[in-house]
Design a protein around this ligand. Structure first.
Ligand SMILES: NC(=O)c1ccc[n+]([C@@H]2O[C@H](COP(=O)([O-])OP(=O)(O)OC[C@H]3O[C@@H](n4cnc5c(N)ncnc54)[C@H](OP(=O)(O)O)[C@@H]3O)[C@@H](O)[C@H]2O)c1
Length: 242
């Protein structure tokens, strides 16, 4: 087995995912950068970190997750850390939300579950070692008007974390969620000004978070925190305490 530890970050080319890639590379990991559409950003991030590899896939399509696993196998004989970061937030209230939009949310969640299952079998169960870090969201706990399927997906991510940690009883594989509050990325850049002001009003630290502030916690869970599993760590400037 190669000596250097290896991590895979889904949705690793942009926002919080890219910050996680940088953080894990800085901590000495060889990092697999998964992307779907952000190919140029992924290529330049790989050039920046040096030691890593690229994995394109639409995680909502099971065949593409299978293809990703084949590419991963060709790249590495170990996978120490999986960061399930890819996510999509579709905004519409209950009456305007269409079934197809709900399904986009649902199929990405299914892909995350399936990727995790395959990574466990291929790497972590064999090695009896690993860290799985799911990026969920404060809205899975508080709910959010206009984002019901997204809030449902994020609550489900935390349920995945807790249930999988319980299933992996006796194994040296830790599973945790990091639940960001409102972080300044592409995803939140589309918020109308009034909504943004209302959110800032509710955050004790009085500002949105930075992607690096989420990545720091991911870096901690990837390398330390050896007695932490099945839990949700909130990174939200005091917006919600859990
Ligand atoms: N920003 C926030 O305030 C906030 C708060 C709480 C939780 N989060 C969560 O943090 C994670 C990262 O979000 P972000 O804020 O960094 O936004 P972002 O820049 O829009 O990142 C979303 C990522 O998910 C990937 N993705 C979306 N659909 C995909 C699919 N079907 N298959 C594969 N990859 C897919 C995208 O890949 P491509 O760009 O390559 O298509 C992109 O890299 C998400 O899970 C989000 O829900 C964000």
């Amino acid at each position: 087995m190669s000596e250097k530890k290896v991590a895979l970050v889904t949705g690793g080319a942009t926002g919080i995912g890219a910050a996680c890639v940088r953080e894990l590379a800085a901590k000495g990991f060889r990092v697999g950068i998964h992307y779907r559409t952000s190919a140029a950003a992924a290529v330049s991030l790989l050039a920046e970190i040096g030691d890593g590899f690229l994995l394109p896939a639409d995680l909502a399509t099971i065949d593409q997750v299978d293809a990703l696993m084949e590419r991963l196998k060709a790249q590495t004989d170990r996978l120490d850390v999986l960061v399930n970061n890819a996510g999509v937030a579709i905004d519409a209230d209950m009456q305007r939300m269409r079934i197809e939009q709900f399904d986009m949310q649902r199929t990405l969640l299914r892909g995350t579950w399936y990727l995790t299952k395959r990574v466990l079998r291929q790497y972590m169960l064999r090695a009896d070692s690993g860290r799985i870090i799911n990026i969920s969201s404060v809205v899975g706990h508080t709910g959010n008007a206009g984002q019901i399927p997204y809030a449902m997906e994020k609550a489900a991510m935390d349920a995945l974390t807790k249930s999988l940690a319980a299933e992996l009883r006796g194994r040296n594989i830790l599973v945790n969620s990091v639940a960001p509050g409102f972080i300044a990325t592409e995803m939140t850049s589309r918020l109308p000004e009034g909504v943004r002001a209302g959110i800032l009003d509710r955050i004790p630290l009085g500002r949105m978070g930075r992607p690096e502030e989420v990545a720091q916690m991911v870096g901690f869970l990837a390398t330390a925190g050896s007695y932490i599993t099945g839990t949700v760590i909130h990174v939200n400037g005091g917006l919600y305490g859990g």
